[in-house]
Design a binder for this molecule. Sequence first.
Ligand code: TRP
Length: 450
Amino acid sequence: MEVRKNFGSKLGVVLAAAGSAVGLGNVWRFPTEVGNNGGAAFILIYLLCVILIGAPVMLSEFVVGRHTHTNTITAYRRLAPGSWWRFEGVAGVFVAFLILSYYVVISGWTLYYLIESARGSLSTDQDFTADFTSFVSHPWIPIVYAVLFMGMTHLVVARGVQSGIERCSKLMMPLLLLIIVVLVGCSFQMPGAHDGLSFLLKPDFSKVTTRVILSAMGQAFFSLSIAMGCLCTYASYFSSDTRLVRTALNVSIIDTAVAVLSGFIIFPAVFSVAGVEVNAGPGLVFITLPHVFQMAFSSYPLVGYLFSVLFYLLLLLAALTSAISLHESVTAYVLESTGMSRQKATLVVSLSCLVLSVACSLSFGPWSELKVFGMTIFELFDFAASKVIMLLSGIVICLFVGWRLDKKMVEAEVTNGGTVPFRLFRFYLFLIRFVVPIVISAIFVNELLR
Ligand code: TRP
């Protein structure tokens, strides 16, 4: 078996973990949720959720991962031998696998849109909805893109922690941040950008319902990649001097900044084109935005071209670093439990996951009539993963670290053996023991009753 490596630098740690968190959830799901939930007030509630729920859960996952220095399944098994807690690790890795299977399908779409926009064929289109629908429902073209995307993910994961994941994050995350800044600048220049900004900045609290609060919490969970073993696996590659609290804060801040800035890119652009709906749902980036690109830049085709190519490149980079983290949490388990080489373990995960991806992709087309509990395969995977297992597993992680693990050990872990003070330790403990489990249970019950 190969020697277990850690991340090589502090910057690598933050960028890899931020790469996991920053994904389709920020650039695609967040703006959609903001649009559907009334703008600025949603963003404020979202910020509270990140601080009071997201960051503490992330820190708890870091504690488990760094303390054990092993994959998520073995980590829980080792910390709680023979007890039911060990299934927490199994659930995490299983969900990561499930999410990866449909994540590559959507990421494949972004690859297709990047190529189409680079070829210039997006801007000549007439009917964006029909274009999108006929693409995603095609029996094999989206599968080809999903396979290509999985291939890219595979190549990075197969190269290992330092020369694959860390190197790739150090290369792609700065590029991603640069693209965001350029796009925000462009978006602000558009006529009518002002309305988009006030939608994002002026909270209207009359729109806030419990439903909105619950959506914000769910979004915080999804966006921060918590409770699926991804961050726990990454933390197992942290060295003993990595500061857990600071890393959790940095990652939460970067992730939130990217989400809010994506809003700053998308809404001024959308508002600048009359007649385009803000609450356009999941089609926002694949249907509404190409339309916006075409209309807004009709007199400056080159700017429109660059804007759309950069936008889809941004989406693709964000998706790739997240897919890598999902892949790695499964691969680390296969690798360490079977003693296979990393190459082989990566291949096993890529291929078996693609089988599920094919089913997900077909569920947008030929298999769209195939329903389980009234949902297509894609909807079922997403529901099972992000609405059921993820939330339950968030509760379990907090209860595990808050009640089952030795308090002294947790404190030693978050303070690096007492060398970095953490004054809010008691408050953190209060959050994970009481606040987070109660709040997540509320989300869960609400989702079930919907
Ligand atoms: N958090 C990433 C995003 O915002 C995606 C991601 C990585 C994820 N791991 C996850 C989402 C686990 C859900 C579950 O897109």
